[in-house]
Design a protein around this ligand. Sequence first.
Ligand code: HEM
Ligand SMILES: *[C@@H]1O[C@H](CO)[C@@H](O)[C@H](O)[C@H]1NC(C)=O
Ligand SMILES: *[C@@H]1O[C@H](CO)[C@@H](O)[C@H](O)[C@H]1NC(C)=O
Ligand SMILES: *[C@@H]1O[C@H](CO)[C@@H](O)[C@H](O)[C@H]1NC(C)=O
Ligand SMILES: *[C@@H]1O[C@H](CO)[C@@H](O)[C@H](O)[C@H]1NC(C)=O
Length: 600
Amino acid sequence: MRASFLGPVCALILLLRESDCQGDDVTSRTVNPCCHFPCQHWGVCVRYTEDKYECDCTRTGYYGENCTVPEFWTRVKHFLRPPPDVLHYILTHFHWLWDVINSTFLRDVLMRLVLTVRSNLIPTPPTFNSKYGYLSWESYYNLSYYTRILPPVPEDCPTPLGVKGKTKLPAAELLVEKLLKRKTFRPDPQGSNLMFAFFAQHFTHQFFKTYNRMGVGFTKALGHGVDAGHIYGDNLERQLSLRLLKDGKLKYQLINGEMYPPTVADAPVKMSYPPGIPVEDQMAIGQEVFGLLPGLGLYATLWLREHNRVCDILKAEHPAWDDEQLFQTARFIIIGETIRIVIEEYVQHLSGYLLQLKFDPTLLFNSHFQYGNRISLEFSQLYHWHPLMPDSFHISGDELSYQQFLFNTSVVTRYGVEKLVEAFSRQVAGQVGGGHNINAVVTHVALRTIEESRQLRVQPFNEYRKRFNLKPYESFTQFADNKEIADTLEEFYGDIDALEFYPGLMLEKTRPGAIFGESMVEMGAPFSLKGLLGNPICSPEYWKPSTFGGKVGFDIVNSATLKKLVCLNTRTCPYVAFRVPPEEKQRQEKSDGNMPSDEL
Ligand code: HEM
Ligand SMILES: *[C@@H]1O[C@H](CO)[C@@H](O)[C@H](O)[C@H]1NC(C)=O
Ligand SMILES: *[C@@H]1O[C@H](CO)[C@@H](O)[C@H](O)[C@H]1NC(C)=O
Ligand SMILES: *[C@@H]1O[C@H](CO)[C@@H](O)[C@H](O)[C@H]1NC(C)=O
Ligand SMILES: *[C@@H]1O[C@H](CO)[C@@H](O)[C@H](O)[C@H]1NC(C)=O
């Protein structure tokens, strides 16, 4: 039964992943005391004899057998720290207050606080990985592994998630079918559009490149962060094939006088397309899977144009520079622009914060911030935001089905950048949280995510709640406000402490008027901000004009916006944003019969 369900799915996945599409389960008999996750507050569980363990509470601020007794200063800090929900409420309400804060030194103070508090939750150097549940040199050194924030559930536990819950997990197919699959499209109440959705996918696929050929839990993206490998390729050979090797530029083709990525005939790199698509029709892009969606082809085109535009500016400034220096410097500028757009527009939109976020690496120069980043498996699981995808794509008066949209090599060049940006900016994306919102075309991806997490023994959702300073949920009814979801989960898992990580993120009750629930934000933001600010260009040695070719280049980084990315590279300037225009939002809410959200 499972084989027949996976058949066509495997075909698509094989294409993208070169994986073997197989799972395996390991079980044995001995019970391990660490299966209870006894050590609280980041304490480390160390096993001695069969049933004896010890918690290493060093520098956790707690002591006692299970690191549960707070030290004096921990008590004080705990007393002073407002709960995340209160903070979130303040950050998303009181317009008058933020209007004042935005234009004073308090903006910097709060931004610094956001950055340090969030990134302190992510360890540098990284710790565990899917093979090593304890610190090891291999885990530190071998970049092919995704790291892990929490170690895997030990192999020899009584239940799949430790000691809680049933001995058998609900079939992943059942979870997907009953709780994740879309019934009717539910738009994101924050008004995120497809421009946002494709940005998310494009941006994150530079550092999420699961490499099942090496084994499950591995990555092909060894840069572990914002390295623009999705534009330049994840290795030198690919990069050289994509480069023009003149004036620092990337290869391109001109269609109706407009610049697009070159064909695979001109830049021979491996792209994942279904069999039979001639190389003349395949676009050569840094990321091998970006032929999948015209939305990704659109962003590839935009960044290609931007890179070459920046090269022209740099060359005019530095006529003496060779191709290599122009290329390398342009790449830094592209990385800087990306980080600025992500923090000041993408995260700003997603957070709904009234604090005006700021990309300013100097905010951290007097703190103990560690430069460096390692992408974790949990981050990759968390970012499976497939509910964003609509039921069809509305472009310039046409409606394209998935069948017409996926792997369609002509959409980008047929409509051109302006029309696609306009269309994607006006079409609303789906709400990610709250369940029942993944289009049937991509439910298989959710299925694979759940299967991967089981194979890699990802700890329970509630253990992650605790790791990110959130209170564990006490019941399914507290976790979900939708009774049907709560009841089904109760029946499936039997115990809230046995709820899995990814289903937990997708099915938690959403915040009022928001795209996600609390956990997605409180767990996602630390990974995200750590990755953005941990970039080498943000370090004191790098963050200066000369790194970016002087004042001109530094200014480009410091003034980058999504709108400029589009409109400095097109003839006319379309509507471009990460959210649908206000009129559109109201219209969609009316036609969906939804009440306007209480954010208004
Ligand atoms: C119609 C649109 C989309 C299709 C057809 C699609 C398809 C896929 C497929 C086939 C995989 C690999 C699954 C596996 O082997 O486990 C995947 C992975 C993934 N997708 Fe999507 N996806 C779409 C949109 C999105 C969007 C909008 C996001 C937003 C962030 C996203 C985020 C991810 C992530 C984070 C992964 C894991 C990547 C990795 O670990 O290598 N996808 N998707
Ligand atoms: C520590 O945790 C274990 C396992 O959960 C439990 O049996 C034990 O009673 C706890 N010890 C204390 C002092 O709370
Ligand atoms: C403060 O920033 C928020 C978010 O960017 C924005 O909505 C608000 O209008 C800003 N206020 C001022 C005065 O800049
Ligand atoms: C990383 O570990 C994998 C699995 O053991 C191995 O195949 C690979 O060669 C290692 N990489 C390096 C650079 O040692
Ligand atoms: C590809 O997209 C075009 C629109 O640009 C559409 O007319 C065509 O039917 C699509 N091709 C396929 C094979 O669906």
